[in-house]
Design a protein around this ligand. Structure first.
Ligand SMILES: [Zn+2]
Length: 205
């Protein structure tokens, strides 16, 4: 997939890159998704966020030392307690259920919790989440909690032509949220020449 590395309007803008660190549930030792599953979702997110000067690298996969399914609020909070600083924490579980509507299956959520007095945030996705779900949850993560159900909007569910997009006000909130996260140390931008989906340089494949 070709990446647009120029900002909207063709002006070269400074692109910020942050790491997505995946924690993958492995009930009975078998991970619920493989590396290619993760790469495909990060590449999709990179294609969608390129016009907004935000890119992601996929960090080394970590085993998930928590619930392998997120059925109730306590499961989500248990996952959030593993959040590591400086990166977007992505927890991939076997099954993710809605916590308000019994029996409703969810594919992804942006989850906020408190851990050790601090506010922590993460993305939780189910192993059956389609490729576009990560980018949608990232839009929530970066300052856009509300859905906008217009065709092609990244924060809605109504498909449009081409890649989903953010409206100008949503893009502005995304940039503000990114700046705040960096200022607070919640996120530390990736520097150097790490390729968008490569693991950390010191990590053997
Ligand atoms: Zn949503």
């Amino acid at each position: 997939m070709a990446l647009m590395l120029l900002g909207v309007g063709g002006a070269a803008a400074a692109t910020t890159t942050v790491e997505i660190r995946p924690f993958v549930a492995a009930p009975d030792g078998a991970p619920v998704v493989d590396r290619a599953w993760l790469v495909a979702r990060v590449e999709r997110a990179n294609a969608i966020f390129a016009p907004y000067d935000l890119q992601f690298v996929l960090g080394e996969t970590r085993p998930l030392a928590g619930p392998t399914d997120a059925m109730v609020r306590a499961d989500r909070n248990a996952l959030a307690r593993q959040v590591e600083r400086g990166v977007v924490n992505l927890f991939v579980v076997g099954t993710l259920m809605d916590i308000h509507e019994p029996g409703r299956i969810r594919r992804g959520v942006h989850w906020k919790a408190r851990h050790g007095g601090a506010r922590v945030r993460c993305i939780i996705m189910a192993a059956y989440a389609a490729e576009g779900i990560l980018a949608h949850e990232l839009a929530h993560f970066f300052g856009n909690p509300k859905h906008r159900h217009v065709p092609g909007n990244l924060v809605g569910y109504v498909p449009g032509l081409g890649l989903p997009t953010l409206d100008p006000d949503q893009a502005q909130r995304m940039r503000r949220s990114l700046r705040r996260s960096i200022a607070s140390g919640e996120l530390v931008p990736v520097t150097g020449d790490r390729r968008p989906t490569s693991p950390a340089p010191s990590t053997p494949r």
